[in-house]
Design a protein around this ligand. Structure first.
Ligand code: SAM
Length: 408
């Protein structure tokens, strides 16, 4: 257990802000991460509003290393729970319709960053406006699977606390559908693997979209480490009657398949993304779609080139540089292996911090990877002193499997 800086006024201001957003019905989500308290296995806690027997409560999801535990609190008691937890967490993020705030602490100091969101800039629907806006959406809001996943209520309205997820799902299907039109796939069935499928929000939406709006029967497998999520998703798939959607409990690194048309990995942690991309390239996927997350591999290897030292002396810049370098190497490797690649913002920063997408569509068959691009990769690695990048090692058959347990 480490000691964190105590900055009572900043913490107090942050807690008051949480209280205000709850009272003003603007609250969406609170994430308390990098927990440093006495519960050894506890990693982070996510709070959101839920309606239970016509009462609004604050539901807390305690994420432990190997399990998740949910506790629901009355609104008036919840603030005491939050108050007790915030001092034990290195980072706290509040997402509300009108404001976003981050409280970050290290041993020396605490920093509070508050960003007011104007209605125009935030593009958030007010809860009361939400119903009309849903008509523009890509996924049918009335689909029962949304209810089973806890996104809509039984009257088909999006639960306010799930508004961001709902927006993300629609954006994802929109991007997928545009890319899908570009690829050359004339098949009765399309085989998709979703690596790190989590609670399956995007997996189910994709299945529903393909089944309802295309002539192709989807056959989708979600691969997920956590047994409770696999069980949950299998249960929802059965209830929704999605009989060609299944979930495999296991590690992305060791999942075996001989055939896939589309590889998806959205927020699969760290080098799990590299294993997933490698499977896509190895099996000649027509489309590879990933939103990388928690880039950890290159940061400790990164040496600043002399001219960049003044810029990269700041830890945040070095982190951003390592992230950009990781995703650039991934994108370049995809290009070298015959893919057309786009790297872009998946949803605006307001909706999630994990917002970058690498979208690759197969352009041509190759005998050998493009030598010129491989040279560009070597030059970049050399410039930053990078010895090892998992996707490259996998493509060169040089990998030794290491622990990629998710801590994000
Ligand atoms: C941040 S969640 C994303 C879930 C979903 N793809 C989405 O975007 O909504 C990442 C999920 O990947 C899973 N995961 C992380 N590393 C994994 C691995 N090596 N193998 C299988 N699943 C993994 C985690 O358990 C977690 O459920």
């Amino acid at each position: 257990m480490s000691t964190l800086a105590i900055d009572a006024p900043q913490e107090q201001q942050f807690i008051e802000l949480i209280q205000q957003t709850i009272q003003a019905q603007q609250f969406e989500r609170l994430i308390l991460s990098q927990y440093q308290g006495s519960e050894v296995e506890l990693e982070k806690i996510t709070f959101r509003l839920v309606e239970l027997q016509q009462h609004t409560k604050l539901s807390a999801l305690y994420h432990y290393k190997t399990k998740d535990v949910t506790k629901n609190y009355e609104l008036n008691e919840s603030i005491y729970v939050i108050q007790a937890l915030i001092p034990l967490c290195k980072q706290s993020n509040l997402f509300a319709l009108n404001v976003e705030a981050q409280l970050k602490k290290n041993k020396k100091k605490a920093m509070l960053n508050i960003q007011q969101l104007s209605p125009q800039a935030s593009n958030h629907p007010k809860p009361t406006q939400q119903h009309n806006r849903e008509k523009e959406r890509f996924v049918d809001q009335a689909s029962p699977f949304l209810q089973y996943l806890g996104i809509t209520e039984n009257n088909g309205k999006v639960i306010p606390a799930m508004a961001r997820k709902w927006k993300q799902i629609n954006k994802f299907i929109e991007i997928f559908s545009h890319a899908y039109e570009q690829i050359d796939l004339n098949k009765d069935q399309i085989k998709i693997v979703d690596f790190g499928s989590g609670k399956g929000y995007l997996t189910f939406a994709l299945y529903d979209y393909l089944q309802q709006q295309t002539n192709t029967q989807p056959v989708i497998t979600g691969v997920e480490l956590r047994s409770n999520l696999v069980e949950f998703c299998e249960d929802v798939a059965a209830k929704a009657g999605f009989d060609q959607l299944d979930f495999f409990e296991g590690d992305v690194r060791t999942y075996q398949t001989n055939d896939l048309d589309v590889m998806i990995a959205l927020h699969a942690c760290d080098i799990a993304t590299d294993f997933a991309i490698h499977t896509g390239i190895r099996l000649n996927a027509s489309m590879i779609m990933c939103a990388p997350c928690c880039h950890k591999e290159l940061r400790p290897q990164l040496h600043s080139p002399a001219v960049l030292k003044p810029m990269l002396q700041f830890g945040i810049h070095a982190g951003q540089q390592a992230e950009m370098l990781t995703d650039s190497l991934r994108a370049l490797l995809l290009k070298a292996y015959g893919y057309e690649v786009k790297v872009f913002e998946f949803v605006s920063l307001e909706h999630t911090s994990k917002n970058k997408m690498i979208l690759a569509t197969k352009r041509k068959e190759i005998d050998q990877p493009d030598a010129q691009i491989l040279q560009q990769i070597q030059a970049l690695k050399q410039m930053y002193g990078i010895e090892k990048q998992t996707l490259e090692l996998l493509l060169n058959d040089q990998i030794a499997i290491e622990n990629v347990g998710c801590k994000c």
